[in-house]
Design a binder for this molecule. Structure first.
Ligand code: KG4
Ligand code: ZN
Length: 334
């Protein structure tokens, strides 16, 4: 069978990324230009700056991607792009660029949901086997999703309030750590012990999760200790937080594995880069005889390779977008 090369574009937040993905599973080339250092000065992503930087860099990222792959646009079979969810201005840069390429080079256009992208990053490691349980953990999502087939997403549970990544970022800020918070909390917690007692969220049999109470308890703890003139043992607090957050994700995964008799599982989204989470879910998988796939670090955080992987099943089904495609900040995956 002829190879299918998809040029994928991701610009939903602060990474301008392009990739060429062959047959939905082989990454020929991945380019990621991060704006992290620029946004770090502001303690978080500034949407206006993000979209402006995408505009400045996107042509260069395309050139680099094609040059390093030693390919031309003529060898590309389709152009895929993240159209939702994310920062509207950032998404629009990618969408308009993809539409232009599709029009000029007469290539089919594929609209990819960013969260589907995070899940399909796992196909770059090993082809997903259905039915499977996907634990989605990112800056905006914390969900348990049952997939019976390609693009069949059943939401079985998730956070009722904050996403776990958002909570990591907030805790990082309270601990005085730099943006991006998640990886810094992860790093610091390696030096700590779980000596702070924190409330255990959602200690029940539901698939609901919650992170805002945990976040508030840490904010209050830091505030109260500071007022009393007590020193915060930052590494210990980071570790205590991390253990509590990861424990909740692992507990709820176990409930889902048992109820739905899960044999295959994947983790998806930026927080899947977290070592504690990776270890905890691997332990769960070992205990319940579940085959677990976790993307390598490069494919955990935002990147276009995952978008190319998620575009492939749509290419096979002939589900193409047209030039009326628009970006949307909302999320309609499930
Ligand atoms: O999936 P992602 O790149 O963006 C969204 O689609 O939302 O996830 C970003 C989130 C941020 O909240 C970031 O702090 C978190 O993932 N994150 C981590 C780690 N690496 C990234 N959280 C905990 N530990 C990490 N190692
Ligand atoms: Zn993401």
């Amino acid at each position: 069978m002829k190879n299918v090369n998809i040029l994928a574009i991701e610009s939903s937040c602060d990474e301008t990324s392009m990739a060429i993905i062959r047959n939905g599973c082989e990454c020929v080339q991945l380019t990621v230009l991060t704006q992290m250092d620029t946004h770090a000065e502001f303690g978080g992503v500034v949407p206006e700056i993000a979209s402006r930087m995408h505009t400045e860099n996107i042509t260069m990222v395309l050139e680099e991607t094609l040059t390093k792959a030693n390919m031309t646009m003529e060898e590309i079979d389709a152009v895929a792009v993240t159209y939702a969810p994310g920062l509207l201005g950032s998404l629009l840069v990618g969408v308009e660029f993809a539409k232009t390429l599709s029009y000029i080079y007469k290539k089919p256009l594929i609209a990819v949901n960013h969260i589907a992208g995070h899940i399909y990053a796992n196909n770059l490691e090993k082809k997903m086997k259905f039915p499977l349980l996907a634990l989605v953990v990112s800056g905006g999502h914390t969900d348990l999703i049952l997939m019976k087939d390609d693009y069949v997403f059943e939401h079985i549970g998730g956070t009722l309030d904050d996403a776990v990544g958002e909570c990591y970022d907030k805790v990082a800020r309270v601990l005085g750590l730099k943006y991006p918070g998640g990886p810094n909390v992860d790093k610091l917690s390696l030096e700590g012990e779980p000596t702070y007692e924190l409330p255990i969220p959602m200690n029940d049999d539901s698939f609901n999760m919650s992170f805002s109470g945990l976040k508030s308890s840490i904010i209050n703890l830091v505030h109260n200790e500071t007022q009393r003139g007590n020193e915060i043992r930052k590494a210990d607090l980071a570790r205590s937080f991390q253990d509590t957050a990861v424990d909740q994700l692992a507990r709820k995964s176990v409930l889902a594995i048992k109820k739905y008799n899960i044999k295959n599982m994947v983790i998806a989204g930026g927080v899947s880069a977290n070592r504690f989470l990776r270890n905890a879910i691997q332990q769960v998988a070992d205990e319940y005889n579940v085959e677990l796939t976790i993307p390598r670090m490069t494919y955990c955080t935002d990147n276009a390779a995952m978008i190319g992987a998620a575009a492939y099943p749509l290419y096979l089904k002939g589900e193409f977008a047209d030039l009326t495609l628009n970006a949307t900040s909302s999320d309609e995956l499930y």
